[in-house]
Design a protein around this ligand. Sequence first.
Ligand code: GCW
Length: 822
Amino acid sequence: MALVAAPAFAENGHAAWLRYAPLAPDAAARAGAEVPRALYRLGDEVPLQRAEDELRKGVQGMLGRPLEPVNALPASGAVVVGTLASIRAAAPALAPAGELPADAFWLRTVHQGNASFTVIAGGDVRGTLYGAFAWLRKVAQGELLDPLDDREVPYAPVRWVNQWDNLNGTIERGYGGASLFWANGKVRDDLTRAGEYGRLLASVGINAVSINNVNANPLVLSPEFVPQIAKVADVMRPWGVRVAIAIDFGSPQSVGKLATYDPLDPGVAAWWKARTDALYAAIPDFAGFVLKADSEGRVGPSTYHRTHADAANVVARALKPHGGILFYRGFVYDHHMDWRNLKNDRARAAYDNFHPLDGQFDDNVIIQIKHGPIDFQVREPASPLFAGLEKTNEAIELQITQEYFGQARHAVFIAPMWKEVLDFDMRAHDQPSPVKAIVAGRVFHRPLGGFVGVANVGDDDNWTNNHLSQANLYAFGRLAWNPDLSAADIASEWTRQTFGTDPPVGRTLGELLLTSWRTYENYTGPLGLQNLTDITGNHYSVAVEASEENGWGQWHRADANGVGMDRSVATGTGFVGQYPPAVAKMYESIDTTPDDLLLFMHHVPYTQRLKSGPTVIQYIYDSHYAGAEAVANYVAMWKGLRGLVDDERYQAVLKQLEYQAGQAIVWRDAVTRWFHKESGISDEQGRVGRYPGRIEAESAALQGYQLTTVQPWEAASGSGAIECRTTSCTATFTYSGTAGTHDIAVEYFDVNTGAAHYRVRIGGRVVAEWTADDHIPSRKLDGGSSSRYVIAGIALKPGDEIEIEGTPNGQETAALDYVEIR
Ligand code: GCW
C-alpha cells in the first residue's frame, strides 16, 4: 500500500481534480523516464500559454521535477505543444498524419534515435489546451505515457454550462456558495475565482458558459452591462470558454422602453439587433443567448398569440450575422393545471408545445430540452421531444446542481442516470437512435447540438459544498465530450485525480459513487414515483402528498387503492403516444414497462406484482430499508479510508455521510409509514411501525417541554414531537433494555434560524452537548430539519435515566422527536 505523500497545499477541495499531487513512487519513476525534460511551444496565443503553464505545473507537481521551456526544438527530445498546422509546418516528422477538426486533439509519442518527443497537437488552440489537460489526466492516473497515439474528437460542438446565478449574488438551486460572477447587482470586482472556474471547465472540454439565471433579470441587456459581461469574457477567454447570457423576452419593453415586445414588430426586431450588436462590439467571441419564455411566470410570445418559433427567430436573427446561437428552452408547461382532471399531464407539455413547430426554427436556434418530461426528478424516462424534432437543432439539458438530489448534502453521483438517458434508444423511424446521437445532430443530420449542464459551483472553497459533488461537474464535462464513456470509467478517472491512485480508495469511492443514485432513489422515490418531496417548497424535505392537489403537475396519484399516473394511450393521458412506436408500445403495457418506471407510466393497485417479484407496496417498503442501510454502509466504507485520504477531506466527507445516513432514516420511516397508513397493507417483514430501541419524545417525562404536531405528519416518529417554548426544558427517557455498551441516537430538529443547544446527561454526568446551528433548507419542524446526533459507546443498564436538556434560541425550540438506543 502506498504511503500518502504530505500534500504541498491545503486539501480543502479547491484544487478539485487538478491537484497535480505527487504520484506514488513507482508511477513517478516510470513517468519520469517517459516524459521528456523540455517543453517546446509553437505559437503565442493565450490558450497555448495556458497549456504550457498547466503542463509545467502538472509535471512539477506530479513528477517532482521541472519541464523546462525552450525556444527551439531540441534534438534531444521535448514535449511539443501547438496546433496541428503549426507542428506540421515547424516539425513535419512529429506531426501525425491526418486532420483534426476544431476542439479536437492528438497525443502521440515519436522516437528519433535516442530522443523522444511527446506531441500535443490541437485542431485549433482550444483543442491544444484540451490535449494538454487530457495528457495530464493520464499522468495523474498513472497511465502509460509512451507509446501514445490518441486522437480525440468531441462528440458534439455544444458543450455548455448554464449558471443560474442572480445578479445579487445568490444562485437559484445553488448549494456551493455565492455566485462567482455577480454581487450586489453587478459583475464582481474580483473575478479571480471565475477565471479559475474557466480552467476547471476547460480541463473537461466545456467551451461556453451562460453566466446568469434563466429566470433572467432584464437589466443584463442594458448598456451598462455590456462592459461587465466583457470583463467576464476576458477571464474566460484564456481557457477557450466563451460567454453567453440568459435573456428576458420582455426586455424590448422593460429595458428598451418600447410599447411592445411582440416578436413580429419591426421595432422589436431592431431593438434585439441593436443590443446584440453592442454586445458583439465589446465581445467579438460572445457565444449567444439562453431564453426561458412562457414558463413558470416568465413572459413569452403567448402575450401576442405568437409562436415559440416567432420568438426564437427574432432573437436568433440578431445573433446570426455574428455567428451566435440562441438556446430556446423546451421547459414550457402550465403550472396551474387542474389536478382533478385525470387526463391532464405536465409530462406532455414539451412535446405538445414544440413538436408542431418542427421546421419553423432558424438554423442558429437550439431547443434546449430537459432530459426528462417533468423536471429533473430522481427517475424519469427520456423526454419524447428528443425524437419529436427532426428539422430543429436540439441540446439535452442535464442538471448538475443537485436540486432534487439532496442539495449537495446527500452524496449522489448522477452520471449513471445521465448515461441511462443518453444511451436510451428512441427507435425513431425504427432505427437505432440513442438520445446522445439525436442531440448531437447525428440522427437527423443537424448542424448544431449537444449538451448543456446546469452547473453546481459557487464561491465555497471546494466549489460545490460537498466534496463528492465535484464528481458531477467532472462527469458532465466528460460525457459532453464523449457520451460513450462509462459511468464507472468516469468515476475511476475522477477518483484517481481527486483522491489519488491507492487501490482501496478507488474501490471504495467507485462503489459508493456508482451505487449512490440507486441508493438515493430507493429512499426518496422508487418505481418512477418521482421525488416524494416538498414540491411547492424546498424540494428537499420528505412530504409524500406535497405534489398532489396543486397545479404543478408532479402528481403520483397515490390513494387508498393504488398508486401511479396512468399515462397510457388506451386509458390515460396519452403521453406514451408521444414516443416513436416501438418505445410507445413498450410503455403502453404494464407488462412491458420496466419496473423502475412503472408508476410513472401506470396507475396500479398496491398488490400489483413487479417483474422483479415483490408487490408494489412491498417494494416501496423494501427499497426504503435498502436505501437507508446502503447509506449507513457508505459511512462504514468511508471509515475504512481513514489515513488513506487526507484528513481534511476525510473528516468533511465523513460528517456529510453521517448526516445523510440520518436523513435516509427519516425518509425511510416517513415514506413507509405514509404508504402503510394509506394502503392498510403491512410490511411482510414487520419493520414498518416497529422501531426497536426507540423511545418517543412524547412518552418521555417532560419538564417544560410541550407536545407538538409536525407537518407533514409522516416526518415525525410516533404522533409528533416536543418543543420548548420557555428558556430551558428537560425530557427524561428511562432505559429498559439490556445492560451493556450502546449507541444513543437523538433525533432532534435543526431549523435554519436560531441555534438551540442540547445537553445530554446520564446519571448526572454530561455525555454529550451540541448546538443546532446548521442551515438546513427548512424553517419549520419537518423531515428536512429532522437531524440525528449519535452518542457512541455509552454504558447503560435498565432503569438509567437519559436526561436531555434543551435551550431554545431564536426560532429554534430545541425540539426532539425520539431517542433510539442500539
Ligand atoms: O425545476 C425548476 C426549478 C427552478 C428553475 C426551473 C427551470 C431556474 O425548481 O428553480 O428555474 O426548473 O429550469 O427553469
